[in-house]
Design a protein around this ligand. Structure first.
Ligand code: SAM
Length: 244
């Protein structure tokens, strides 16, 4: 996979150089490059923003530098991911989808966002996804690009040493189509500060452990994220039906 990140703060993306991208690069899975949007400006001051048409607070990112950046980078069936709080929510399912792409170009917005025509124009040539990482507003899209990159790259075939860990974790799709939160996990020692590891995990009965974990996952999902539960779910071997 090739990933290009376009930003006015390239240093913000320094964490990409740490273990994740390095590991993926060493394995030949990832080619990742960070670009300063200002290299596509034409004026002496490298201006990337201007006042909004129609008035209002803040500044808007100018179309010309973004257009030139996309002309150069959004090629060969690239998917352009524009980070924005008004985008579709980023989910594990979208991470899975993006992990199948050969080339992703991240556009990190700043100020009040990017002139809409940049997106409209890019859409005539390639896939454009406007993506939000949550219902809150950040100052810029860099943190969102980092989060999306990390979630996507760890799904690339061959990235995880043990692919099984992807099957068990939160938001992984089960055969039934459910996506439960992960059950609680424990390691040694068996007793710590007066707190014991649940008995069933010490016994080596794999069927009992699987059943306990399923029930814990359902309980946790019911408490914290009932919206993730399918209409019919097994708890303690009994089908629980949730209110529609
Ligand atoms: N005026 C915009 C709005 O109300 O939708 C918010 C702009 S925000 C201050 C600046 C940039 O931060 C956005 O263009 C986007 O790239 C990024 N950003 C902020 N919150 C985000 C979120 N929840 N998900 C993804 N990107 C976000």
């Amino acid at each position: 996979m090739r990933i290009d990140v376009v930003t006015i703060f390239p240093d913000y993306l320094a964490p990409l150089e740490l273990s994740l991208a390095g590991k993926a690069r060493d394995k030949g899975l990832l080619d990742i490059r960070v670009h300063d949007l200002r290299q596509w400006t034409q004026d002496r001051h490298h201006t990337v923003d201007d006042t909004p048409y129609g008035g209002g607070a803040g500044m808007v990112m100018k179309p010309e530098p973004w257009g030139a950046a996309f002309d150069e980078l959004a090629i060969e069936d690239a998917t352009v991911v524009v980070t924005t709080p008004s985008g579709e929510p980023f989910t594990q399912s979208l991470a899975r989808e993006l992990s199948t792409r050969g080339r992703i170009v991240f556009a990190c917005g700043r100020y009040e966002g990017i002139d809409q025509r940049v997106l409209d124009h890019a859409r005539t040539r390639t896939e454009v996804r406007e993506v939000s990482i949550g219902d809150y507003v950040l100052n810029g899209g860099e943190v969102a690009a980092l989060a999306i990159t990390e979630a996507v790259v760890r799904l690339l075939p061959g990235f995880m040493g043990n692919a099984e860990s992807l099957v068990e974790e939160s938001h992984a799709l089960s055969d039934s189509g459910a996506s439960l939160l992960e059950y609680p996990v424990y390691t040694k020692p068996a007793a710590w500060r007066g707190l014991e590891v649940p008995e069933v995990l010490l016994g080596g009965n794999h069927a009992a452990i699987a059943s306990w974990r399923h029930d814990q996952a359902v309980r946790r999902t019911t408490e914290r994220r009932p919206d993730l539960l399918p209409a019919a779910t097994l708890l303690d071997g009994v089908e629980v039906r949730l209110a529609e």
